[in-house]
Design a protein around this ligand. Structure first.
Ligand code: AP5
Length: 237
């Protein structure tokens, strides 16, 4: 049996667990927080940006298709993005619950996600929106370094590694993403913030949105997110 919305097998899968959708503009801190929260909450961290970067690195057909869009700061077309996401959701570790980072990016993706989760007896339990002013986003992306192995994020001022150029977690080297160049950062913000507003409205209307002040330091944002998420995912049957 296959899903009505894709070629991903369903039916034999057990019902999916809790689903949290972390929302925020480029540079808001989604990846930083998702890595901490997924471990604390026992949820699989599913980041479409990380999946695309791995595909680009491995030069797969998906990576070759996505690279131009990413380099221009545009969203990758929904067809390939949604298929990639549904394949990821079908993997065993996702069945216990997921923390989504970077998906959905528009209302079409949000609708597909709702349908996919409903087929597995699930739903979006909470959509925390990490809100950060645009000027702060530019500074964060311009100073960001990420690790080659797993994408752990650092910042030259806000979050420095213990040893310069080396990831604290896995020891791989740190590099700057090509889409963090100033011109591409401007393009990403220009092209993606409007769609983000619509996704925020989508979840507000479904009464699962919660807004967290992303200007606070990383530790305090984690505390605020946990205070919102733990009651929400603990309350479903
Ligand atoms: P993606 O990788 O998802 O990039 P993004 O959304 O632009 O988000 P970022 O990874 O840039 O930022 P973040 O919010 O994770 O911030 P971070 O924690 O690193 O997507 C890349 C591209 O892939 C897209 O442009 C698109 O082309 C494509 N794509 C991905 N998903 C797609 C989809 N669903 N549909 C279509 N296309 C898609 O933090 C940023 C910096 O700030 C770091 O240096 C960090 O150390 C620092 N920092 C974090 N928190 C704080 C804090 N509280 N205070 C101070 N500094 C902080």
């Amino acid at each position: 049996m296959t899903s009505a919305i894709g070629r991903v097998p369903i039916g034999r899968n057990p019902p999916i667990g809790r689903v949290v959708v972390l929302l925020g503009a480029p540079g808001a801190g989604k990846g930083t927080q998702a890595q901490i929260l997924s471990e604390r909450l026992g949820l699989a961290h599913v980041a479409t940006g990380d999946l695309f970067r791995a595909a680009v690195r491995d030069e797969t057909p998906l990576g070759l298709a996505a690279k131009g869009y990413m380099d221009r700061g545009e969203l990758v077309p929904d067809g390939v993005t949604i298929e990639m996401l549904l394949e990821r959701l079908a993997k065993p570790d996702a069945q216990a619950g997921i923390l989504l980072d970077g998906f959905p990016r528009n209302t079409a993706q949000a609708e597909v996600l709702d349908k996919a989760l409903a087929e597995k007896g699930g739903q979006v339990d909470l959509a925390p929106y990490i809100e950060v002013p645009e000027a702060d986003l530019v500074a964060r992306l311009g100073g960001r370094w990420i690790c080659r192995a797993q994408g752990h994020p650092y910042h030259e001022l806000n979050k420095q590694p213990a040893q310069s150029g080396v990831c604290d977690v896995d020891g791989s080297d740190l590099y700057q993403r090509t889409d963090d160049q100033p011109a591409t950062v401007q393009a990403r913000l220009r092209q993606q913030l409007g769609a983000l507003d619509l996704v925020v409205d989508y979840y507000r209307k479904r009464a699962v949105l919660t807004v967290v002040d992303g200007r606070k330091d990383i530790g305090q944002v984690t505390v605020d997110l946990l205070a919102a998420i733990v009651p929400a995912i603990g309350s479903r049957g």
